[in-house]
Design a protein around this ligand. Structure first.
Ligand SMILES: *[C@@H]1O[C@H](CO)[C@@H](O)[C@H](O)[C@H]1NC(C)=O
Ligand SMILES: *[C@@H]1O[C@H](CO)[C@@H](O)[C@H](O)[C@H]1NC(C)=O
Ligand SMILES: *[C@@H]1O[C@H](CO)[C@@H](O)[C@H](O)[C@H]1NC(C)=O
Ligand SMILES: *[C@@H]1O[C@H](CO)[C@@H](O)[C@H](O)[C@H]1NC(C)=O
Ligand SMILES: *[C@@H]1O[C@H](CO)[C@@H](O)[C@H](O)[C@H]1NC(C)=O
Ligand SMILES: *[C@@H]1O[C@H](CO)[C@@H](O)[C@H](O)[C@H]1NC(C)=O
Length: 694
């Protein structure tokens, strides 16, 4: 067992030795065979080229970039496979194989005249140059190994900075042949031969593609270098450098790597590019493949216009611009966010914003009413103070200022305003628009010049409203109410029909005001508690019990108002006086015309007066169902229908009158009528709008 194991181990060892010998031999055979490769651009050749340092194969333009224009960098790029350049065929003393190479390069300096430092075509024992330094060492050697015979380095240098040893940074433009050192053995300024004896010089770092052909003949040990701008279109017949080089045999090792090194300096820098590269070695007169420019990638853009400072300042400018843009964007973002937030805040109010009626600007109203000056007040009603205003655009207006206590109330209020805004009738005060300011709501109405009916009826300057005016006013109020009750798209209950809510225009037409507001008030949108709205004396008896306004309660108030207009008496002005009862007494006594306003004397139409008083009484019936509709009222007034007789059950018991009074606990505010003292107030209750708590 032990013996067989050791035998098999032995056999395996033999095999290993044999196979490694075979391997060595095969490498030898392969390496002596001629090498040849061609790169027309370097697309997809990342594995064939070993790049280090700043070198790279650029994926965007398929160029081999040896260095970029950063300062103090080195880069190397070698063909990955080693090349055998020793030829042992004739004797044990080898000779260096012939070889040929061609490449097209471009050097783009950071600014014209400020390029550096250059590059080399190199034969090196390693596929990289460890320890090589930048600047004048060209990524090939360093200050310690420069010139050391153990380097085994041959380089053809393309130097754009003059003065290697003295460290000077003069501009250079030469090529040199270097053996183990950066001190060139052969150094030639850059020219090409246009003809055999006419030479042209040109710049290595002009940014244009430059072609290099180099040929070494192993037998004659001659080395030819031809270098010329590709723009020439022909290959110069005469090489720029042509001569014997004996040093190569001392340099070339068993295996050599072929490639490029490049470097930039502390102050000068260029980008070094190789557009294409071909190589051939050994055999009879090897010739590297011709690199047709049309088959190579485009040369890199000539960006050397940007000088170094310009480049830096461009970068700075870019950074500054980006910073500014960022700051501006941030500011914009901030403003946008704030704006958005503000919009959102406003949207709480504005999503219900309405197109009609018109929304006024608070500032305009503020100026129109002389800053809501007290002297501009033309009325104080149940819902707010009314100011006279003068808008430069639309003339005189009446502005009703209502203070709300919650934005929720405001929202509903405005919804209501929208429907009010669509109401339009010649006997209704026209609502022009509205405005919201903080928790104030402003309603803008047409300004009605003659003021309220109330003030006209009880004027103390002796001017008496003539009968036919009164009759027309009654009819006007009736048709206004009819419109609200029946003719508009929905039933609107006025709830506060009274003399002070009837405005008289310049043609003595009646216009009902303050319609629609009571509903809001009652719904609690303007205050949190349920309120009964109405004015004492005009309030229908059922209103004090159930608090619910109806068309019938409007009719009752209208009836009282009719009697008031005819009689020139306030609806109630002492504890025991009720206008309707008072007129009823004349009616039952058969002398109803005695109820007509004394101030009219005999200048009134008796038939009309009877008619109107009968209608008024009919409307004041204590049973809501028995009261006529506004449509019927108008028919009676127009004589189209006879007024029915008033039934026995017309009146109220004294107890219900008392009840009416008991339920009324306070008043909200006085209206303009309260400024005249034609009525005696009874304990805090005036004949103005009353809101009673229930
Ligand atoms: C370079 O890469 C291309 C595409 O992969 C390939 O066809 C070509 O043979 C390569 N060149 C060399 C010299 O390996
Ligand atoms: C250049 O770079 C090398 C290493 O990358 C560094 O050691 C050297 O000091 C640099 N030289 C200059 C002049 O910046
Ligand atoms: C070998 O070398 C001798 C003398 O140096 C020469 O005459 C002969 O041609 C060479 N043979 C080959 C195959 O190169
Ligand atoms: C040359 O390099 C070798 C190996 O790096 C070193 O041993 C030798 O001392 C160097 N010679 C000189 C003159 O620097
Ligand atoms: C590149 O730009 C430099 C600077 O303007 C100019 O001198 C040079 O001729 C240009 N080279 C090419 C090939 O356009
Ligand atoms: C080098 O150039 C000379 C003259 O132009 C020519 O005779 C010689 O054959 C060339 N050598 C090679 C290796 O191309």
């Amino acid at each position: 067992m032990g013996v067989s194991r050791s035998i098999s181990s032995f056999m395996f060892l033999i095999f290993l030795i044999l196979s490694s010998n075979v391997f060595k031999w095969s490498v030898l055979v392969e390496a002596t065979t001629a090498a040849r490769f061609t790169f027309r651009g370097f697309k997809g050749n990342q594995t064939e080229i070993q790049t280090e340092g700043a070198s790279t194969i650029q994926r965007d333009n398929d160029l081999l970039r040896l260095t970029d224009r950063n300062h103090n960098v080195t880069g190397t790029a070698f063909y990955r496979k080693p090349i055998r350049l020793r030829d042992y065929t004739n004797s044990s003393n080898f000779k260096v194989c012939s070889f040929s190479s061609s490449f097209v390069f471009v050097i783009i300096p950071s600014s014209p005249g400020n390029g550096g430092f250059g590059f080399t075509f190199t034969l090196s024992p390693t596929p990289n140059r460890p320890g090589a330094e930048s600047a004048q060492y060209l990524g090939l050697l360093n200050r310690y190994n420069d010139g050391n015979q153990s380097n085994h380095v041959f380089a053809l240098e393309f130097d754009t900075v003059q003065g290697f040893k003295d460290g000077a940074d003069r501009r250079g433009n030469h090529i040199g042949l270097n053996f183990n050192s950066l001190s060139s053995d052969v150094q030639e300024p850059l020219i090409y031969y246009e003809t055999a004896d006419r030479k042209e010089d040109f710049q290595l770092d002009s940014g244009e593609p430059i072609r290099v052909n180099l040929d070494y003949d192993g037998s004659s040990k001659t080395f030819n270098v031809t270098i010329y701008p590709t723009r020439l279109g022909f290959k110069p017949k005469k090489p720029m450098i042509s001569g014997r080089v004996l040093e190569l045999s001392g340099i070339v090792e068993e295996e050599m790597y072929v490639g490029f090194t490049a470097a930039t300096g502390k102050d000068q820098s260029s980008a070094h590019f190789v557009m294409g590269w071909s190589f051939a070695s050994c055999g009879e007169k090897p010739v590297a493949d011709w690199l047709d420019l049309s088959q190579l990638p485009s040369p890199p853009p000539n960006t050397s216009l940007r000088n170094k400072k310009g480049y830096a300042s461009r970068v700075i400018a870019l950074i500054v611009a980006l910073s500014i843009v960022t700051v501006v964007l941030l500011v914009l973002l901030f403003v946008f966010v704030m704006y958005k937030r503000k919009i959102q805040e406003e949207e709480i109010l504005e999503d219900w914003e309405i197109d009609y009626p018109h929304r006024f600007k608070y500032r305009d109203l503020y100026l129109a009413t002389k800053r809501f000056k007290e002297s501009e007040i033309i009325g104080t009603g149940g819902f707010g103070i009314v100011y006279k205003g003068n808008l430069s655009s639309s003339g005189p207006i009446a502005v009703k200022k209502i203070t709300s206590n919650s934005s929720q109330g405001v929202r509903e209020f405005v919804a209501e305003i929208e429907s009010l805004g669509r109401l339009g009738h010649k006997n209704l005060v026209n609502l022009q628009g509205w405005c919201k300011h903080k928790n104030e709501l402003l309603l803008i109405y047409d300004y009605i010049p003659n003021g309220s009916l109330d003030s006209l009826l009880y004027r103390r300057n002796g001017v008496v409203l003539p009968w036919d005016v009164r009759f027309e006013i009654i009819k006007g109020i009736a048709s206004g109410l009819l419109y609200l009750h029946e003719e508009w798209e929905q039933i609107v209950i006025h709830r506060d029909v009274k003399a002070s809510n009837v405005l008289i225009d310049e043609d003595m037409n009646a216009k009902l005001g303050d319609f629609g507001l009571a509903r809001l008030y009652e719904r609690g949108t303007l205050s949190q508690t349920t309120k009964v709205v109405g004015t004492l004396g005009y309030m229908a008896p059922e209103l004090t019990r159930n608090g619910r306004g109806s068309t019938a309660s409007d009719v009752f108030a209208f009836g009282v108002l009719v009697l008031e207009i005819v009689c020139g008496h306030r609806p109630t002005n002492t504890e025991n006086f009720f206008l309707a009862d008072w007129v009823m007494e004349f009616h039952t006594n058969g002398g109803i015309l005695s109820a007509v306003d004394q101030k009219l004397g005999s200048s009134f139409n008796g038939r009309e007066a009877r008619l109107v008083l009968a209608v008024g009484l009919l409307c004041c019936h204590h049973k809501p169902k028995t009261r006529p509709s506004m449509r019927m009222v108008l028919r009676y007034l127009n004589g189209e229908e006879d007024v029915p007789l008033i039934d026995e059950d017309w009146g109220l018991s004294d107890s219900s009158r008392d009840e009416l009074r008991m339920n009324v606990v306070g008043y909200v505010s006085s209206d303009r009528a309260s400024t005249s003292n034609t009525f005696s107030s009874f304990s805090g209750v005036s004949s103005s709008s009353v809101v009673s708590g229930r």
